[in-house]
Ligand binder design. Structure first.
Ligand code: SIN
Length: 326
């Protein structure tokens, strides 16, 4: 039985096209199918060896418009593919804008046993496929290299020759080809001329983590969690508007506050957050700093719990925590 590497397409700039080959900015994302992208990958047959490539289009979107239903669709196809004994690994082509959110969501939502011995590798591009000098084919070649690398496992991101873990990875640049960073942790490794050089171990499956029942989430509705940013001149108006719950909006279940520095919150927001919490809305603090995480508890913020994640990932964590408690 020949092994398979499944390539799932989600859209993004990697699948984008512009009118002109010298336009790396004014393009439309998500135009080419994943099968088409595979044809542009240098040496894919050599990288895969005896393995076969299986291409599947799951979505075709600009990832800034990603919806929870798209995650549900992706998770369904991942579960199906990873459970197949002949599938060695899954590669996902995805837009860069919310790639870190999808990577984190998958690392939390997939059953640990599915990731214990197989990698899910997300990759992307900063330049459209129509560019004179596109970065997508090289990134996809690196993703395929990583996918079949001995011992590779867990949810991984590869872009610009660097391998990142799902919990740390963050888009840090709106234009540069090397647009991702893992902060203080640094990348897990590098892909160099078709070889993986590891700087840290691949992520270990967390066997205490329960898989997310995404069908139930879709049926019941994902808990509504919003993000607020504390900043100079912050007031309570946005929070009051959130708590008013306009008609047709799902009830607010959680708020992530990206606090200043060590997760501190403007005093004008604080009272509203305490009120929200008293009404049963879960409030979680993170730091809005690019590096580090909230350390200890500042006296004025102690009423709220904290997560050691970026605000967008904390939103996902809080949604999943609320869903698992319901
Ligand atoms: C997207 O995120 O889908 C568009 C931007 C990109 O992929 O760089």
């Amino acid at each position: 039985m020949a092994e398979i590497v499944a390539f799932l397409g989600m859209g993004g700039t990697i699948a984008g096209t512009a009118q002109s080959a010298d336009d790396n900015v004014g393009y439309t994302a998500a135009q080419l199918g994943v099968q088409n992208l595979l044809q542009s990958v240098p040496g894919l047959t050599r990288i895969l060896g005896a393995r076969q490539a299986l291409a599947e289009q799951v979505c075709q979107i600009d990832s800034k418009d990603l919806m929870h239903a798209d995650w549900a669709a992706l998770l369904g196809r991942l579960k199906h593919n990873l459970a197949r004994p002949d599938v060695r690994a899954v590669v996902i082509t995805h837009g860069t804008d919310t790639l870190e959110e999808t990577a984190y969501f998958l690392s939390r939502a997939l059953a640990p046993e599915l990731l214990a011995h197989k990698p899910v590798v997300l990759t992307c591009a900063m330049r459209p496929a129509s560019s004179l000098n596109p970065d997508g084919p090289g990134n996809l070649a690196d993703a395929a290299t990583l996918a079949v690398w001995p011992g590779a496992r867990g949810v991984l991101v590869v872009c610009g020759g660097k391998i990142h873990g799902a919990a740390q990875v963050q888009k840090v640049h709106p234009y540069r080809v090397d647009a991702f960073d893992s902060g203080e942790a640094g990348p897990l490794g590098l892909v160099e001329e078709g070889r993986v050089r590891l700087l840290a171990d691949f992520p270990r499956a967390d066997h205490g983590q329960a898989a997310v029942d995404v069908e139930a989430l879709q049926a019941k509705g994902w808990p509504r969690v919003e993000i607020l940013l504390s900043h100079a001149g912050a007031g309570g108006g946005l929070l009051r508007a959130l708590l008013r719950e306009p008609e047709g909006e799902a009830p607010l279940r959680g708020i992530v506050v990206a606090g200043t520095g060590n997760g501190t919150i403007h005093r004008e927001m604080d009272a509203g957050l305490l009120l929200a919490q008293a009404r049963g809305v879960r409030v979680v603090r993170v730091s809005r700093c690019a590096y580090g995480q909230v350390v200890g508890d500042a006296p004025e913020a102690v009423a709220f719990s904290k997560y050691a994640l970026s605000a967008v990932k904390a939103r996902i964590a809080l949604m999943l925590d609320i869903a698992s408690e319901a």
